[in-house]
Design a protein around this ligand. Structure first.
Ligand code: CA
Ligand code: CA
Length: 149
């Protein structure tokens, strides 16, 4: 019970002090502290301009803070409607590094993976995203925006 209160308070604080553009949602610090694997650190649900702009647009930022490389091969993100964003085959994240998973088309790199979908996945006002490993097991869940209320 106590922890829920702390998390809720942190979410309010993040929403008020974020300083980021609207449509960007950061995972509260209280939540990042208890993840034991890669996690959803940020959702840019409404990017500046077209959310499906090539090489840009809406995306999810994955991060992990462990001392070892995290192998994300075959992992994917799923929203409340069952839409999928694939993290990619053979994708890894170095300790302390971040990886952007984009809905739009673009050139894959160590920092970004592009799904090349023709419709948006990340609801601008709020959604529930689940990060799943290659076996489909839930690794992390982040309800952002109005879905968090
Ligand atoms: Ca969007
Ligand atoms: Ca937009």
């Amino acid at each position: 019970m106590g922890r829920r209160t702390v998390v809720a308070a942190a979410m309010v604080a993040a929403a008020c002090s974020g300083g980021g553009a609207s449509g960007t949602f950061d995972l509260p610090d209280a939540d990042t502290a208890r993840t034991g694997s890669a996690y959803i650190a940020r959702v840019v649900a409404d990017a500046e301009g077209d959310d499906l702009a090539e090489g840009a647009g809406e995306h999810v930022v994955l991060r992990h803070d462990l001392d070892i490389r995290n192998d994300l091969g075959g992992w994917w993100l799923e929203d409340a409607q069952g839409n999928r964003l694939n993290v990619g085959i053979g994708t890894q994240i170095d300790p302390g590094a971040e990886l952007r998973v984009h809905t739009a088309c673009g050139e894959n790199s160590d920092e970004a993976v592009f799904n090349c979908l023709d419709t948006e996945v990340l609801d601008d006002d709020g959604d529930v995203l689940v990060l799943r490993d290659a076996a489909g097991a839930e690794v992390h869940r982040f309800a952002y925006g109005d879905a968090a209320e």
